[in-house]
Design a binder for this molecule. Structure first.
Ligand code: FE2
Length: 223
């Protein structure tokens, strides 16, 4: 299942996706996009119609997590479930359409290629170590289920950037990373960032619900 590539048929900003008999707008007109930082640019937006598709997606992710042909258990903990496009769900197709639109808008390009997509499921104490994504231009993380709201320790399950190429991370001296950048993720948040930026996920301390995200890697099909 791994390393498949999907040519996304980009159809522009008015595109809708049918979910449970209802046409949902891929990119609602009133959507607010925040420029988290400039140069390199990180953007985030938040969708508020999540009650129409989150429950089914969460249930599907948890079902696939039990199937070894779909799910890969990572050495540091957490599970990766690949190929959102093959889940056979309108709800998953809606998310990919939204991610594709975000990439097209952020880059001004329409030759969009999804090189990888997957979901991550994390449970108590699980985390993701610092990494970049290879062979892609931009990456995206969507918060499907924040999980439990944990006050202490702080940053439970938070996506975080720690990279000297981000000026915000170097308030004291250029190129000396002393501050991490934490985008305002919540259920329905979609964050796009240059794939080379170093990021990680803080340990998740929720004991009741799993934390579930969806991610994509993008590049240009015309190079
Ligand atoms: Fe990542």
């Amino acid at each position: 299942m791994a390393n498949k590539r999907y040519q996304v048929d980009y159809e522009g900003e008015k595109q809708t996706v049918e979910v449970n008999g209802e046409l949902l707008t891929v990119w609602p007109e009133n959507l607010h996009v925040q420029n988290v930082v400039d140069s390199p640019s990180i953007f985030i937006t938040w969708f508020d119609d999540t009650q129409k598709y989150h429950d089914k997606l969460i249930n599907k992710a948890l079902e696939l997590e039990q199937d070894k042909s779909w799910a890969h258990r990572m050495p540091i903990g957490g599970s990766k479930i690949r190929d959102l496009e093959e889940w056979g769900m309108q709800e998953a197709d809606l998310l990919t359409a939204r991610a594709t639109e975000f990439f097209a808008r952020a880059t001004g390009r329409s030759d969009v290629l999804v090189t990888q997509s997957w979901a991550n499921i994390s449970r108590y104490s699980e985390y993701l170590t610092a990494h970049s994504h290879t062979d892609c231009v931009a990456s995206m993380v969507y918060m499907l289920n924040w999980g439990d709201h944990v006050e202490e320790p702080p940053y439970s399950g938070q996506l975080s950037f720690s990279d000297p190429r981000i000026e915000y991370c170097c308030p004291d001296e250029p190129d000396r990373m002393t501050r991490e950048l934490v985008p305002k993720m919540r259920d329905g948040a979609l964050c796009i960032f240059p794939s080379e930026l170093i990021h990680y996920v803080h340990p998740y301390w929720g004991k009741e619900q799993p934390r579930i995200t969806v991610a994509w890697n993008f590049k240009f099909s015309n190079g």
